[in-house]
Design a protein around this ligand. Structure first.
Ligand code: ADP
Ligand code: MG
Length: 278
């Protein structure tokens, strides 16, 4: 279970998250929706250790995540994708997954030795290939990540997020920029990921996708939780309709943003390859 307990995040004078509490249960898909700037990505970034909360607690299976470096948070069991793709451009798809499995908490030389040990490599490879197969992209294993089409890169990001068998999986706009066919494929993958011991957070603007795959929805607005409920409850919630969904043109705007967005692929080639860096 992933818990945000009265979390606040300020950037200078800007309060991005304002005393928000969310409980993400395993076995279900929890969507987080809300207009741009609502604070959705900030929630993910705080949980994953990219940002530090100003106050409040973030717990994964009872372990306080605040203050832990990213690799330790990953080891506790948090997997995430980025709103803007972050793959190692110059590495193959398989290597992008294998790198995520390297025990970075160990001193560099020990990690390298382990990594170079035949068993370690073989095991990471088998695990990585199994995940690629599961997502239907094992044929891309040897391709350089930077050479792939946008939709394929999004799937590789998903693969990398699940290769460490996380307990909580946070997907930040996985469908942004995908076409209809790709979105349907993604939907099937997300549904297939649902399992009793995995808590899934799905941040999306594509309301059709949200309504069809999520079990629970949190609506964020200006850093606060505006509403929480089942898809049907959220659809019928008068406050949500007034404050968010019911704004004239709001839905069209959101759908257009979801369809039209082509996040420029940002790659940090080579970054993170220095073992030990969070
Ligand atoms: P969403 O993902 O819901 O669109 P974000 O979490 O990206 O929203 O942003 C929430 C608020 O926090 C926005 O006002 C945004 O400008 C601000 N914010 C997010 N990241 C940073 C940052 N690194 N520095 C300063 N302000 C930030
Ligand atoms: Mg965002």
């Amino acid at each position: 279970m992933l818990v945000f307990d009265r979390v606040t995040k300020r950037f200078g004078a800007n309060t991005a998250i304002d005393d928000a509490s969310l409980t993400i249960r395993p076995g279900v898909i929890t969507a987080v929706i809300g207009p741009n700037g609502a604070g959705k990505s900030t929630l993910v970034n705080m949980a994953a250790g990219s940002y530090c909360a100003t106050s409040g607690r973030i717990l994964l299976d009872g372990v306080e995540l605040q203050g832990l470096p990213k690799y330790k948070i990953a080891r506790v069991g948090l997997g995430r994708t980025y709103q803007n793709i972050r793959l190692f451009d110059g590495l193959t798809v398989l290597q992008n997954l294998e790198v995520a499995l390297v025990p970075r908490s160990l001193p560099r030389l020990i990690a390298e030795a382990l990594w170079l040990a035949p068993g370690g490599v073989a095991e990471a490879r088998v695990t990585s290939l199994a995940v690629l197969r599961r997502l239907g992209i094992s044929h891309l294993a040897g391709r350089e990540a930077g050479s792939l089409a946008y939709g394929q890169q999004k799937l590789v990001e998903l693969a990398r997020a699940i290769v460490g068998r996380p307990r909580a999986l946070l997907l930040d706009e996985p469908a942004a920029g995908l076409n209809h066919g790709e979105t349907d494929e993604l939907k099937a993958h997300i549904r297939a990921l649902r399992s009793p011991d995995l808590a899934i957070v799905l941040i999306e603007h594509d309301m059709k996708l949200i309504m069809s795959v999520s079990d629970e929805i949190y609506v964020m607005n200006r850093g606060a939780v505006l509403a929480q409920g089942t898809p049907a409850e959220i659809r019928d919630n008068r406050h949500v309709q007034e404050a968010y969904l019911g704004q004239p043109g709001a839905m069209e705007h959101i759908e257009t943003a979801a369809r039209g967005r082509r996040n420029r692929v940002r790659v940090r080639a080579g970054e993170g390859l220095a073992w030990g860096r969070a």
